[in-house]
Design a protein around this ligand. Structure first.
Ligand code: SAM
Ligand code: SF4
Length: 336
């Protein structure tokens, strides 16, 4: 395959923001059906409409050549994709890649934690919305909490330095568990982030009745914990707080807030090769035909990615009250 990069170009958009972080969804499929993410019955993409793992690796390599230094592999559930480990191994040690990270529901982590670590994955986010096995099952519809906790233990044992729980709190469902989840994170010496429910895809419940604001979660936690604001910043929608005398960082991911858009450093690639320039907007470029029509030449792909910077929107437009601004695609397709 031709790769004639003479000078490393950075991806800079119209607003002067440098894009150095990609989130790549490698499958829309999942073994869970979390109520805020999917419906019970889902139609997944036919396999030939999903990027092959070789195409995923090629895309990542081109983005890294263009100056991307952080890659998150996500889904759907990335670890249910057959041979997913091949991809992590293929890209884990690319020159120029500073961080390979992944997000998982943890169901397959017990099996794969050591291999992910060996492949070069440095940090893992594991989604855990409840520590009560029955409630966990109700939220995920199919998930087994004990299996996920064994996955967490395997990840700690494998040596990952950064493990974080991701939690979506929903009113009347698990919003009474924030304290226990933080306590668990402290005991496990890991981090935890609370993510506000986003209007991605139409699910069985009305999101404005379940969405719990991070302000409310923070105020609740402050009754039990001392939280010290931290300057740590990922260039994304997360704000972090430290708990004194613990190793735990508590993050609040508030996608409804616009505060982070001006520093946005990321783009997302769906499992069918759509490059979305913003999680909350429809601006996109279809990379799949470019990949497939030019199997031996990366130049057209590189040009399309560089050109896409011209359509990266200034910010998103999430609004739970206005159905018209909900994003039609599910998070499992775009990649969380
Ligand atoms: N299956 C993996 C997992 O659950 O971690 C990775 C993909 S999942 C789409 C990534 C993250 O998105 C998870 O932490 C999940 O809780 C979050 N998520 C999914 N749908 C969401 C929604 N509508 N609003 C907010 N977060 C959502
Ligand atoms: Fe699957 Fe993750 Fe979506 Fe839950 S949040 S249904 S685990 S993709």
């Amino acid at each position: 395959m031709k790769s004639n990069v003479d000078n490393i170009s950075s991806l800079i958009d119209r607003f002067g923001r440098k894009v150095d972080y990609i989130r790549l969804s490698i499958t829309d499929r999942c073994d869970f059906r979390c109520v805020y993410c999917m419906n019970e019955q889902m139609t997944f993409l036919p396999r030939d409409e999903v990027l092959s793992l070789e195409e995923c690796a090629r895309l990542v390599k081109v983005f890294v050549e263009l100056g991307v230094s952080k890659v998150r592999i996500t889904g759907g559930e990335p670890l249910v994709r057959k041979n997913a480990l091949w991809l992590y191994n293929e890209i884990g040690h690319l020159p120029g890649l500073r961080e390979l990270v992944t997000t998982t529901n943890g169901s397959q982590l017990e099996l794969h934690a050591d291999a992910l670590y060996a492949a070069g994955v440095s940090r893992i986010n594991i989604s855990v919305d409840s520590l009560d096995a029955e409630r966990f099952k109700r939220i995920t519809r199919t998930g087994d909490l004990n299996k996920v906790l064994r996955g967490l233990a395997a990840a700690k044992k494998a040596g990952f330095s950064g493990i974080k729980l991701n939690t979506v709190l929903m009113r009347g469902i698990n919003d009474d568990e924030a304290d226990q989840l933080v306590q668990f994170a402290i005991e496990q010496e890991i981090d935890i982030s609370f993510i506000e429910e986003m209007p991605m895809g139409k699910v069985d419940h009305s999101r404005d009745s379940t969405c719990v604001s991070n302000d409310e979660t923070l105020a609740g936690l402050q009754k039990s914990y001392t939280l010290i604001p931290s300057a740590e910043n990922s260039g994304g929608p997360a704000r972090y707080w430290r708990i004194p005398n613990s190793k735990t960082k508590v993050g609040f991911i508030s996608p409804h807030s616009h505060n982070f858009c001006e520093a946005c450093n990321r783009v997302r690639i769906t499992c069918n090769g759509q490059l979305y320039l913003c999680l909350g907007q429809e601006d996109k470029v279809d990379l799949m035909p470019i990949l497939r029509e030019n199997p031996d030449d990366d130049a057209p792909l590189r040009a399309a990615i560089m050109q896409s910077m011209q359509i990266k929107p200034k910010g998103h437009d999430f609004d739970l009250q206005r159905a018209s601004t909900s994003v039609v695609r599910f998070m499992s397709v775009t990649g969380g």
